[in-house]
Design a protein. Structure first.
Length: 276
């Protein structure tokens, strides 16, 4: 490799964003309070005024997005009887990566009687973006969880579409110490062509997942009652004590509307940032 190319590569690597947030919450006299907060790099967590029962947190990425080689780590623990809802200040944008993939690692731990709502706004992947994301979730058998993620392959409203890139999404859920759900989604190479296949996304540019613990057949039936209002495709099932809804739509706006309709049937309170 030429010396100027090596110099460019070393400068690029030195300017990669790093960020980490770690904190716990606990319940005292029926009120959820935050413990010690650790922040580093370009990732921050802020706690606005309460939106009802429990504590709300908002993640802010001061780097303005995610690029190749960036690394972000989040570690949250919800103590016994606490209630915590987390979201992001805006949709997260993942930009083109000429080198290493960005790394996003999220670890969530929820104790007995606690509830955690993970409700970030959309993750938007630009053409040739490369990102590896990992969720490791540990729930007590008496804990509850609502985890929603929306991934958008290009800003369709801007006439953009992700054609090439890499998206690897690894989820592991343990309940009472037992692995009850494990999944790894991998889309790489010509992602645009793959999304066009009927068995993948049938030309859709947005996919989403809602993981609901606990979840059962009555919950599924309540959600299915709203099926006539869905703008995209929505499928839901329950097993191992939890429910999962899958979403696919032509654009982010339609999928977001479908996600909100499903969440309304669960009784979940949406963060105010979702409604602005």
């Amino acid at each position: 490799m030429r010396s100027d190319a090596l110099t460019t590569s070393s400068v690029f690597e030195a300017n990669r964003a790093r960020g980490a947030v770690r904190f716990d919450v606990h319940a005292r006299d029926g009120v959820t309070r935050r413990g010690v907060l650790h922040e580093s790099g370009s990732l921050r967590a802020r706690f606005p005024s309460p939106e009802g029962e429990g504590l709300s947190g908002v993640f802010v990425n001061t780097a303005g997005g995610v690029a190749g080689g960036d690394s972000f780590d989040i570690e949250i623990a919800a103590g016994q009887g606490s209630r915590l809802t987390l979201t992001t200040a805006a949709a997260e944008k993942v930009y083109r990566a000429p080198g290493a993939a960005a790394q996003l690692n999220i670890a969530l731990k929820v104790a007995a009687g606690a509830h955690l709502g993970w409700l970030p706004q959309e993750t938007i992947l630009f053409d040739r973006a490369r990102v590896h994301r990992r969720f490791d979730i540990e729930l007590d058998e008496a804990a509850s969880l609502l985890l929603c993620e929306i991934v958008v392959f290009g800003r369709t409203a801007m006439g953009e579409r992700m054609e090439q890139g890499e998206f690897i999404d690894r989820w592991r859920l343990r309940r009472g110490g037992k692995l009850v759900f494990a999944e790894t989604v991998r889309l790489d190479g010509n992602i645009g062509a793959k999304l066009g296949r009927s068995a993948v996304a049938k030309g859709g540019a947005a996919i989403g997942t809602a993981l609901i613990v606990p979840g059962d057949e009555p919950l599924i039936e309540r959600i299915r009652e709203a099926s006539e209002s869905f703008a995209g495709e929505v499928g839901i099932s329950a097993w191992n004590g939890f429910a999962m809804a899958r979403f696919c739509a032509q654009d982010a706006a339609r999928l977001r509307a479908d996600m909100m309709a499903v969440l309304a049937r669960t009784g979940a309170a949406l963060p105010r940032l979702w409604l602005s």
